[in-house]
Ligand binder design. Structure first.
Ligand code: KG4
Ligand code: ZN
Length: 323
């Protein structure tokens, strides 16, 4: 079964083709250069760029897979959450295509897409497990009890982890997206030179908090600490905070499998620290951690049995809880 997956929730146009649960093509038209000079995503520019590229990207994906549009058996697109103008481009395009072809349409939750991306190379994995989605817009820790059944057990109280990377990178004079930039600069720094505390250390729950770190980065810069040392300390503290919360959640729930997904899952220091925590870890393969269309098609493939009928009547939604 060929499934076309589309994601235009934020600043990248993602188009993926999945055949019987296997990713065949995954194309992402990045808007990084467009938004870089503003230090963050400009929603209106993002929507316009999606409109410009989406049709060509779908044609390119079909050509690469060696199939025609009539070979598609199901069309899936991100319904939300995200920037509403951006979401509407891919979502409406997907609905229109499904309608024209007379094929079913599946509306996918963006976070569900991220979760299924991390399962692309692990078809054997079965729930229950913990899933941490750490991206530019979310830091959500779910208990996945069965396929399609999620319990939110922890979330950020303020900024998302990726957002903290992006904002701190901006303060440090680095480019966007900030995660990879901070990761690069941190390699040249010495974390021990900068005092910075891990947030929410005394808590008993599973909340995250990152906005204080951004303020601490600004203070450290004012005090004259070297940007590379600040970057190294910031990254160390973010990673330590995440590791503390997820290991406590693992102990509390008794779950020993942790899926980590979203853009921040690409961070090598985070991966290394989690490996040391003794959990069974699932990460998305290269190219599937950040936003993409293949993850949306994978989510539709895994959940297609639970979806009663074509979902063309559901509206796109900027705010859309998963559970
Ligand atoms: O999942 P994603 O592509 O988009 C959203 O749904 O938000 O995540 C993008 C976020 C950005 O904030 C970016 O700075 C962060 O992921 N990111 C990283 C790394 N690569 C991307 N954060 C830390 N380390 C990285 N290597
Ligand atoms: Zn995302």
């Amino acid at each position: 079964m060929w499934i076309l997956g589309i994601d235009t929730s934020c600043d990248d146009t993602g188009v993926g083709l999945v055949r019987d649960g296997r990713v065949v093509v995954n194309l992402v038209a990045s808007q990084t250069l467009l938004h870089q000079r503003y230090g963050g995503v400009v929603p209106e520019l993002a929507s316009r760029e999606h409109t410009q590229v989406i049709d060509g990207l779908v044609q390119q994906a079909l050509t690469q897979a060696g199939i025609g549009v009539c070979d598609l058996e199901l069309i899936a697109a991100t319904r939300g959450p995200g920037l509403i103008g951006a979401l509407l481009v891919g979502y409406t395009y997907g609905k229109g295509l499904a309608f024209a072809l007379g094929k079913p349409f599946v509306a996918v939750h963006h976070l569900e897409g991220h979760i299924y991306a991390a399962l692309a190379q692990h078809p054997e994995v079965e729930p229950p497990f913990l899933a941490l989605v750490a991206s530019g817009g979310h830091t959500h820790l779910f208990e996945v009890r069965s396929w399609g059944e999620y319990k939110l057990i922890g979330a950020t109280l303020d900024d998302a982890a990726g957002e903290a990377f992006d904002k701190s990178a901006r303060l440090l004079g680095l480019g966007y997206p900030g995660g990879p930039e901070i990761e690069k600069l941190a390699r040249q720094g010495d974390a021990s030179k900068v005092p910075l505390a891990v947030p929410l250390q005394g808590q008993e729950g599973f909340a995250f908090s990152f906005s204080g770190l951004k303020t601490a980065v600004a203070r450290a810069l004012e005090k004259g600490y070297a940007p590379a040392d600040i970057a190294a300390k910031f990254q160390q503290v973010v990673v330590e905070h995440i590791v503390q919360v997820v290991t406590r959640a693992a102990q509390h729930t008794g779950l020993t499998t942790l899926l980590v997904t979203g853009g921040v899952a690409q961070n090598a220091t985070l991966r290394a620290r989690l490996q040391a925590a003794g959990l069974r870890l699932l990460f998305p393969p290269k190219g599937l951690a950040t936003d993409n269309g293949a993850m949306i098609a994978l989510a539709a493939w895994r959940t297609r049995w639970c979806i009663p009928q074509s979902q063309v009547s559901l509206p796109a939604a900027a705010y859309l809880p998963l559970c």
